[in-house]
Design a protein around this ligand. Structure first.
Ligand SMILES: [Zn+2]
Length: 209
């Protein structure tokens, strides 16, 4: 006879998702594959089911606001050429993100934006990461070129065109973003090979919430 209890021993319970992720699930803000994980978890976790039940009681009237916010965010990201970026990581904090993108430190530079668009269209598998079209980072950012490069040249400036970083780097290279040197805002970078030939131009946002 099959022992149900013994089966449970071999299926360790998955860790509970964060409250932010449960909220996101509730507001249909998740990718289908992640939704599936949450649903699976809810089947076995009473704590999370209860939490979600309570959340539903308290938050349903805000749903329209939330959706409006998400649509606004999507349009804003599209305007900035950031439509590839998943909004999932921001949970229901899209208002804060919109405020952030509207700041002076985040205003795009047209010249750079044009080059990024052209370069991305024409290129190039020379750079594996980061995505030249932009990403949100807070503690560090990794630059990875194709294996043919043992080292590269990295140049970074902020959106006032102030030089922030200019040095040879290893491949791959992780740059730590201290708040002193990299305050929140938009940054543009260039990666060059050892002969100073331009490999890529890209941008990233430092966003610490
Ligand atoms: Zn749980």
């Amino acid at each position: 006879m099959q022992n149900i209890d013994s089966l449970n021993i071999f299926t360790p319970p998955a860790p509970c998702p964060s409250e932010q992720r449960l909220q996101l699930y509730f507001h249909n803000g998740m990718l289908p594959q992640n939704e599936w994980h949450i649903e699976n978890h809810l089947l076995t976790c009473e704590t999370c089911s209860k939490w979600l039940e309570n959340y539903e009681k308290n938050h349903s009237p805000n749903l329209a606001n939330y959706l409006e916010n998400i649509i606004h965010l999507k349009l804003q990201l599209q305007r900035l050429g950031l439509e590839h970026i998943s909004t999932e990581q921001f949970g229901n904090n899209s208002t804060a993100l919109l405020d952030f993108l509207a700041k002076k430190n985040c205003q795009p530079i047209r010249g750079y934006e044009t080059i990024i668009a052209q370069k991305t269209r024409s290129s190039a598998t020379e750079i594996e990461s980061p995505n030249p079209l932009g990403s949100f980072v807070n503690k560090s950012i990794q630059f990875t070129g194709s294996k043919t490069y043992t080292s590269m040249q990295l140049h970074i400036s902020n959106n006032q065109l102030t030089n922030i970083y200019d040095a040879p780097i290893s491949n791959p290279f992780t740059l730590n973003l201290t708040p002193q040197t990299f305050p929140d805002g938009l940054y543009y970078y260039k990666l060059m090979d050892e002969e100073e030939e331009l490999l890529t131009v890209g941008k990233f946002y430092v966003y610490r919430e």
